[in-house]
Design a protein around this ligand. Structure first.
Ligand code: ADP
Length: 199
């Protein structure tokens, strides 16, 4: 099962991607998480990536593509994966099409979580407070200023990715404003899997 999860920052992609990955027994591949690991290395490349992430800007396609191409060729991803945070530009979606075609694979589904942009700041505040309460680090980009930039970047660069898949007749849209269980259920319906997920 090869699934792409699209949606604005803090839409709940991570939560749903983890659930889908568990459901289908495939790895959850979050480019945000991979990049945060790369950013924490302290190397010159890591520092460059960290500065981009913290400001709410995108990491260049070439860096992300190299990372994803390597990751999806690993053994545990041979039966599929849930991609969270990728593709984030039309260039990345075209590159993914080529990568898939080269492996004689295709995406099974592209799911977009639809969330009101006005609710995103509240969601980020909740996430930051939850991390703090759990004694975890708060993401450096989970602050109002970076979030504003992340939303702007999303509207300019990532929204067109949905159009790319819509044109290809591949886009499934789901209401991301529901509670997590409700969103999971809506995704299951969209995937036509609801019977097996409930049963
Ligand atoms: P969110 O969706 O909540 O913004 P992510 O963890 O998906 O969080 O991404 C965090 C940051 O990592 C992004 O704002 C961006 O700087 C970087 N990033 C993640 N995925 C990509 C990608 N596919 N291309 C470029 N930059 C990315």
């Amino acid at each position: 099962m090869r699934i792409v999860l699209l949606g604005p920052p803090a839409a709940g992609k991570g939560t749903q991607a983890r659930r889908l990955a568990a459901r289908f027994g495939v790895p959850h591949l979050s480019t945000g998480e991979m990049l945060r690991v790369a950013a924490s290395s302290g190397s010159p490349t890591g520092l460059r990536i960290k500065a981009l992430i913290d400001a709410g800007n995108l990491v260049p396609d070439a860096d992300v593509l190299a990372m994803v191409a390597e990751r999806i060729n690993e053994h545990d991803a041979s039966g599929g994966y849930v991609l969270d945070g990728f593709p984030r530009t039309v260039g990345q979606s075209e590159a993914l099409d080529l990568l898939l075609a080269a492996g004689d694979h295709a995406l099974d589904a592209v799911v977009e979580l639809r969330v009101d942009v006005e609710s995103l700041l509240g969601r980020v505040s909740v996430r930051a407070a939850a991390a703090m309460a759990a004694g975890e680090d708060v993401r450096a980009d989970d602050n109002p200023e970076s979030l504003r930039q992340r939303i702007e970047t999303y509207l300019a660069k990532t929204k067109p990715v949905s159009d790319h898949y819509r044109r290809a007749g591949r886009l499934l849209q789901v209401d991301g404003m529901l509670e997590p269980d409700g969103v999971e259920h809506a995704i299951a319906i969209a995937l036509g899997q609801v019977a097996s997920m409930v049963g």
